[in-house]
Write a protein that binds this ligand. Structure first.
Ligand SMILES: C[S@@+](CC[C@H](N)C(=O)[O-])C[C@H]1O[C@@H](n2cnc3c(N)ncnc32)[C@H](O)[C@@H]1O
Ligand code: SF4
Ligand code: SF4
Length: 336
């Protein structure tokens, strides 16, 4: 999977036009787990019919969406998830990007192969700890064999995401040591409380984030996050939800995001005028730690800063490559 030139060109246009870039689409509110920090699931909720979801994709594509992020509830509880990915990839000649966010519990070999075939680009597997806790069952004890299966079979990019809170902080080093052989990227979602506001605080989190390189590259809200972890929410920013970022709930309503439900607009009626009208500051910006919305908002709202961060990352990576090449050259030659 590589970034398509058409994607890059259309993505650049999104900085200046009035069309959305990124959509989160709920495929079911049902979930197989009950994480204590989460309020984004309803046990026993229905699966959204494939045809309904396809109509939502048609509309989102017509509006101009380039990145589709499927989630729930638990995304893999949808029995036709691979078909939905395949359908989404028929748009824009497949130059759009598709992501699944999942707790990974339902992953199987045949499912991974179906997702490969469907053209899935990314999978974010949420794993919090080594063993289940009262807060979260999302642990390596249940998921490690499935992660190994992914390492063996997946043709899409995989990232392991951990909800950063006091509990996961305490076990994170051991967690990373246990999964060090896995060829995946690792990241955090900073724990939020109701309304999307950050609900962890402290320098210890900063140290962990710095150590694992979260402030490099794609974390365009790094400075905000550093300040927020110290309790300072004063730095201004503009949330582009409802404009560049659309959250489509199970009923087909567009909300600001997973955490704010005061705005609700039917997706089928969404047009460019409404999108432009949504390009306003939101009352909950101070202290917001919703990574996806912030990533889209900072990338499109502050493109020069984003470009600067990408160049810094690329330079850092080429320096790293040079250093590891030098290190390899210094090693004893291996007998043929
Ligand atoms: C709502 S879940 C849906 C997908 C799937 N069930 C999963 O857990 O990956 C989407 C993401 O939100 C994260 N999440 C849920 N509650 C959170 C919270 N209070 N703070 C930060 N992230 C949270 C989950 O860990 C997951 O990565
Ligand atoms: S975080 Fe995911 S797995 Fe946990 S309860 Fe929420 S939706 Fe379910
Ligand atoms: S600032 Fe935006 S993303 Fe954050 S909680 Fe408010 S509406 Fe949601």
């Amino acid at each position: 999977m590589g970034l398509d030139l058409k994607f890059v060109a259309t993505g650049a246009k999104r900085v200046f036009d009035s069309r959305p870039m990124y959509a989160q689409i709920i495929v079911t509110d049902d979930c197989n787990l009950t994480c204590r920090y989460c309020d984004e699931y309803t046990p026993g909720a229905p699966i959204i019919p494939l045809e309904t979801l396809k109509q939502r994709i048609d509309k989102l594509d017509e509006l101009g969406v380039l990145v589709y992020d499927f989630l729930g509830g638990e995304t893999l509880m949808h029995p036709q998830i691979a078909e939905l990915i395949k359908y989404t990839k028929t748009k824009r000649g497949g130059s759009n990007l598709t992501t699944i966010i999942t707790n990974g519990f339902l992953l199987t070999g045949p499912m991974i192969r179906d997702l490969n075939e469907a053209g899935l680009d990314f999978m974010q597997v949420s794993v919090d700890s080594l063993h289940p806790t009262a807060m979260s069952e999302k642990s390596l004890k249940s998921v490690l064999p499935r992660l190994r299966l992914l390492a063996k079979e997946a043709k899409f990019t995989v990232e392991i995401q951990t909800v950063l809170n006091d509990e996961t902080y305490n076990t994170y080093e051991e967690f990373r040591a246990t999964v060090k052989e896995l060829p995946f990227a690792f990241g955090f979602s900073v724990q939020h409380g109701q309304g999307g506001q950050i609900n962890i605080k402290g320098e210890k989190f900063l140290e962990l984030l710095e150590k694992y390189g979260v402030f490099e590259g794609v974390n365009f809200y790094g400075d905000h996050l550093k300040e927020m972890l110290k309790g300072d929410f004063s730095r201004p920013w503009k949330c582009l939800s409802g404009f560049k970022f659309l959250y489509v709930n199970s009923k087909g309503g567009v909300q600001w995001c997973a955490q704010q439900r005061d705005y609700m607009y039917p997706l089928e009626m969404m047009d460019l005028a409404q999108l432009r009208a949504n390009n306003v500051h939101k009352h909950c910006e101070a202290g917001c730690s919703l990574g996806c919305v912030r990533m889209v908002s900072h990338t499109l709202g502050e493109p020069l800063k984003t470009f600067g961060a990408s160049v810094k990352l690329a330079l850092g990576m080429s320096k790293q490559t040079k250093q590891s090449k030098e290190k390899a050259d210094r090693r004893e030659p291996v007998a043929a």
